[in-house]
Design a protein around this ligand. Structure first.
Ligand SMILES: [Zn+2]
Length: 115
C-alpha cells in the first residue's frame, strides 16, 4: 500500500531527527503535500495514525499542509491555483502559463517535546 510506505518514510525521517535529541518525544509532523504528489490525504493520515498508535510515538500528530497545483502566467507573472485543469491565467486570460508547484511530498517541520 502506497500511503503506508510513505507514512513509514515520514516516521523514519522524524526518527532520524529524534536521535539527535535524546529523550525527546515526537509531538507533531508537518508535511507539505502537493496535489500532484499522487497521495491520498485521508489514507495517509490513517496509516500514520495506525503506525504511531502502538509505538514510542503514540499521540504524535500528522499535520498535512495541502499545496494545490499552482501555475504562473508568463504574461503577467500572476501565480494562481489551477482548477479543473484550466491552466489559463485568471488575471489576464493568457494561455501561456507554467508549472510552479504542486508535486511536494516533504516533511516541512517537526515538533518535539523535550524531556
Ligand atoms: Zn496573466
Amino acid at each position: 500500500m502506497h500511503e503506508l510506505s510513505i507514512a513509514q518514510a515520514i516516521l523514519e525521517t522524524a526518527e532520524a531527527t529524534l536521535r539527535q535529541h535524546p529523550g525527546a518525544r515526537l509531538a507533531k509532523v508537518g508535511l507539505r503535500l502537493g496535489e500532484l504528489a499522487g497521495v491520498d490525504r485521508e489514507s495517509l493520515a490513517f496509516c500514520f495514525e495506525v503506525l504511531v498508535r502502538d509505538s514510542a510515538h503514540a499521540g504524535a500528530q500528522l499535520q498535512i499542509d495541502w499545496q494545490p497545483l499552482t501555475h504562473e502566467c508568463l504574461a503577467c507573472h500572476r501565480e494562481f491555483p489551477v482548477r479543473d485543469w484550466d491552466r489559463r491565467c485568471p488575471g489576464c486570460g493568457a494561455g501561456e502559463t507554467r508549472f510552479r508547484s504542486g508535486r511536494e511530498l516533504e516533511v516541512a517541520y517537526l515538533e518535539l517535546e523535550e524531556p
